[in-house]
Ligand binder design. Structure first.
Ligand code: SF4
Length: 229
């Protein structure tokens, strides 16, 4: 219900208001490639439609998104989707990042296209909930650039459309899990979740079910060891 309310608020949010913020900030990408690394962004979450296009490019670049939402009494995790695989370098570079450039730039995914613009509500440092519109503000790129208004409006529309698709995917996942747990006689067990997470962090292989295109897919995964530079 909370997510549905959030989606309703998002749908009411005027695109023109986001466009004004984008115009005022005037962000310009300087190709530093920071945003394509795990150090800067924990993970790149993929919408179902991105998963389909990624499978056509390189299916090995898919991995279960981190921070699974649930764990049942048997120690099986459940997560709402896939994310982009990272390389095992010290920055955790995206699988498609090569010499600071995206290998699939013209086919990059929804979140890559709109980044760093976003439109979701979360608490600020004072705990006040407000719409967040930029990721990594003042930590990358250049600002105060003139951007044509038609480009700004397209960015604002695409950002709102992405956030709507993301919330819709999350809602579908929760609805699915409610039915799935009910039919299977399962429930989330936090103690098992914590124990399994500990095992995973210690290097044990675990089972995780990933929600994609309306069903769950099972994977066995082990935590990666990243090379330190
Ligand atoms: S797919 Fe390309 S744009 Fe997206 S995170 Fe990876 S390297 Fe960056």
């Amino acid at each position: 219900m909370a997510l549905t309310q959030e989606r309703n608020r998002l749908l009411e949010y005027p695109v023109e208001r986001l466009a004004e913020v984008i115009k005022d900030v005037g962000f310009k990408c300087t190709s530093c490639a920071k945003c394509c690394t795990r150090v800067f962004n924990g993970h790149v979450f993929l919408l179902d439609r991105d998963v389909s296009s990624l499978k056509a490019v390189d299916p090995s670049a898919l991995e279960p998104a981190p921070d699974p939402e649930f764990c049942d009494k048997n120690g099986i995790f459940y997560v709402s989707g896939y994310s982009l695989r990272t390389q095992e370098d010290s920055a955790g570079s995206c699988w498609f990042l090569e010499k600071g450039r995206c290998r699939i730039y013209n086919r990059r995914f929804a979140i890559c296209r709109i980044y760093p613009y976003m439109l979701h509500r979360e608490p600020d440092k004072q705990g006040i909930i407000d719409w967040r519109q930029f990721s990594g503000l003042d930590q990358h790129g250049e600002y105060d650039t003139e951007i044509p208004y038609d480009v700004i409006l397209d960015l604002a529309r695409e950002t709102k459309e992405y956030e709507n698709a993301f919330l819709t995917q999350e809602i579908r996942f929760l609805e699915f899990m409610q039915d799935y747990f009910s039919v299977q006689g399962l429930r989330h067990v936090q103690k098992v979740y914590d124990n399994q997470l500990k095992r995973y962090n210690q290097g044990d292989e675990i089972t995780i079910m990933v929600f994609c295109d309306g069903s769950l897919k099972s994977h066995r995964i082990r935590k990666k060891k990243f090379k330190l530079s």
